[in-house]
Design a binder for this molecule. Sequence first.
Ligand code: MLT
Length: 397
Amino acid sequence: MVKINDHFTSLKGSYLFAEIAQRVKAFKAANPDKKVISLGIGDVTQPIAPAVIEAIQRATQEMASAETMKGYAPDFGYDFLVNAIIKNDFQGRGIELSPDEIFVSDGAKSDTGNIGDILSADNIVAITDPSYPVYIDTNRMAGRTIELLPCVAANGFFPAFPEKKVDVIYLCYPNNPTGTTLTKAQLKMWVDYAIEQEALILFDAAYEAFISEDDIPHSIYEIAGAKKVAIEFRSFSKTAGFTGLRCGYTVVPKELIASTTQGEKIALNQLWKRRQSTKFNGTAYIVQRAAEAVYSPEGQVQIRETIAYYMQNATIIKESLEKLGLKTYGGVNAPYIWLKTPDDVSSWNFFDHLLNDLQIVGTPGVGFGASGEGFLRLTAFGKRENTLEAIERIIRS
Ligand code: MLT
């Protein structure tokens, strides 16, 4: 009989957000008259920027004529988008990258999940706890040994270096789910550590557009030496409302070298190129034109307005909860508020209370890892009126 990948049996029954969706669906079916407000999954609610919509319309029109239509997109992205990324996301911060170090994709979830394809299953990986569930789940699927790095209030959400030697380190800043950040000096400590240990950092910067304070790095390549040790993941999902359009990109610097089992040195850039051209057929032309428009002057103004709208939601949530005497973290440089549950109630019990009694959906902290127990994550991506109503319900309860 066919044998499965046994490692799948070590996964939790369902993916975190699938489990929550199932519970919410069951609640709605049993309570069809109740209005449920979701502050759970970090999904955007505001319309896509007009400059982006216009670009989609123009690109769609191009598809209508034999002279201008496009077939397969280049595997790693059209030059127009790759060049816009380099110019706008990196050059302004003093970071030089060449076009063949950028890999446009359908989003950071796929890339952070797929990157393990080019790394040996023997690598020991360190993952911050709590973390975006994709890191843990995909490494479990591959059968890798995982070392957890607790990020808790007691250590200021700054992960301590692993006790054992590790090969790969996942860092996500601004952090999902805690909404906390690292300063440049703190990130430098990790880059220096990786250089010394010959480890690889997988840096998820999906939320960099939400940074408002100085001294918080937007890219790991702002730190000297990082190109030798880090891959960076970026996403248009939250930055520009692309959760439904799907576009992101990954930076794999050519200086980044790893070793075969026999000790031969190989550039990870070559391997990711090989992996993507084999398994990925490029991001749709229309979507890449949409992403390019994010960088236009109008696009920048429009996406900044939407980001400000979400961050105002974050302020409303954070300040209102604090006024009630609740303890929160995040919500200043990230669209997530990490709420300590009152009276040390467990994450799932608090989730059930909010859903059943107030019809508000959050994400149980423990769903992101054991160190998230006793927390609940709220997102700032809701509509303003729903966010206000949710807060009103909590105040009245
Ligand atoms: C989240 O809520 O953590 C994110 O929306 C999940 C994702 O980006 O895949």
